[in-house]
Write a protein that binds this ligand. Structure first.
Ligand SMILES: Cc1cc2nc3c(=O)[nH]c(=O)nc-3n(C[C@H](O)[C@H](O)[C@H](O)COP(=O)(O)OP(=O)(O)OC[C@H]3O[C@@H](n4cnc5c(N)ncnc54)[C@H](O)[C@@H]3O)c2cc1C
Length: 375
């Protein structure tokens, strides 16, 4: 049996596993993707010893070992607006992942919209791949984003991306109102400076920030506060021998994820190490806080839960996420509320529900093979 089991092979999990090995101990890394890299290094050739790719962890009962490092990362936040379920309306990172996987976007007209630094990263990547990026629409106002000046290195990264985008306009206080089309996206209606206008396009790459993947830490019983796993300077969670690193302790990008992963790896292998706490995750949260107008984009019949086809109006007629789930099956489909849960939280102010195992729909065979690590 390995000395340490790491869940997630993104920057945090990779740094953790390498640090464990550096200490002469063994690490197994489990990731549900076909290769290591996580969100940012998806598709890059990464050699990682002890990797068991294509392995999805359903719950803590599968991980019988002395030390666990949770590095499960984050996903995009999608907010419903009329037409958001049309083909070719995608997550910003989602479209980037498809292009990395071979989807051709040369000469395609793309609008990148929503909120956060990921929009610039994706727009620059798509432009490099030959897409015609019409503009980037950021919902936050400039006066809210000036706090980013407290982190000059990050601001510099943003300005570098901006310069790669040259002639592509970056519109602040701008957001999608609706997407139009019948069988697929044809145009998007945008709002900016009190006016709406419609733009023809092939893709809308749209997300409103990142949501940490807290389901597995929650099942482990780790303390979660303000939407992140609580850790000390050694990346220990509130549960003995369970460590957390990366986006799940606060969305802060690749450098933070790598540093935290390394500290978690060293400490779990018996060394002493400490993480410098950065205020960057908090700055990001303030800079890209979502405006209230986004709560009112969806109409009664706009789909909220796309797995179970539940409209916003049906869910909103209840007073809690649990009641909406019980009465409408909202959040009960294959994604288990990963998409509609955070959207409902933003739209209705509902607190998150308790998490139950298994974390993903699973076959009987998967459930019966209780331990992943015995195989
Ligand atoms: C869609 C998307 C695209 C992004 N693209 C960029 C980009 O291009 N540039 C950039 O700077 N930042 C990007 N980011 C931000 C990025 O998340 C961080 O910069 C960094 O990758 C975080 O590292 P991490 O190790 O914490 O998490 P991640 O890189 O997210 O890695 C977590 C890994 O854990 C796996 N996992 C989660 N749960 C389980 C489970 N139960 N069982 C098995 N495996 C599991 C995930 O599949 C994933 O591979 C992106 C974020 C998202 C959501």
């Amino acid at each position: 049996m390995a000395d340490v089991v790491v869940v997630g092979a993104g920057p945090a999990g990779i740094a953790a596993a390498r640090a464990v090995r550096e200490c002469g101990k063994t690490a197994v890394v489990l990731d549900d993707n076909p290769a290591a890299g996580g969100q940012i290094w998806r598709g890059d050739p990464i050699v990682l010893e002890g990797l068991r790719a294509g392995t999805r962890v359903l719950g803590p009962w599968q991980l019988q070992c002395e030390n666990v490092i949770l590095a499960t990362g984050a996903r995009e936040l999608f907010l419903p607006f009329p037409g958001w379920t049309l083909p070719n309306v995608m997550g910003a990172g989602g479209l980037q992942a498809l292009v990395k996987g071979g989807l051709p976007v040369r000469s395609k007209r793309v609008i990148v919209a929503g909120s956060g630094p990921l929009l610039l990263v994706v727009a620059a990547y798509l432009k490099e791949q030959g897409a015609h990026v019409l503009f980037v629409a950021e919902q936050a106002p400039v006066r809210q984003m000036v706090v980013l000046g407290k982190h000059p290195a990050k601001l510099w990264q943003g300005l570098r991306l901006r310069s790669q985008l040259e002639s592509v306009p970056y519109r602040t206080e701008c957001w999608p109102v609706s997407a139009e089309g019948t069988t697929q996206l044809l145009s998007v209606t945008m709002h900016h400076a009190g006016e709406n206008w419609t733009e023809r396009c092939d893709y809308l790459a749209c997300s409103f920030g990142l949501v940490p993947n807290l389901e597995l830490p929650a099942l482990f019983g780790c303390e979660i506060r303000d939407g992140v796993v609580v850790v000390d300077e050694q990346q220990r969670t509130s549960v003995p021998n369970v460590f957390a690193a990366g986006e799940i302790t606060g969305v802060g990008g690749v450098d933070k994820a790598s540093e935290e992963g390394r500290v978690a790896g060293l400490v779990s292998a018996g060394r002493t190490a400490h993480c410098r706490r950065s205020s960057f995750p908090d700055t990001l949260r303030r800079a890209f806080a979502l405006r209230s107008e986004l709560r009112h984009l969806a109409e009664r019949e706009t789909i909220l839960c796309r797995c179970e086809d539940v409209p916003v109006g049906a869910a909103r007629s209840f007073d809690s996420w649990s009641a909406a789930k019980l009465q409408t099956r909202c959040g009960m489909g294959p994604c288990q509320g990963r998409i509609c849960g955070p959207a409902a939280e933003f739209l209705c102010g509902w607190g998150a529900d308790s998490v139950r195992p298994p974390l993903y729909p699973a076959s009987l065979e998967e459930l019966l093979s209780k331990k992943l690590l015995d195989e």
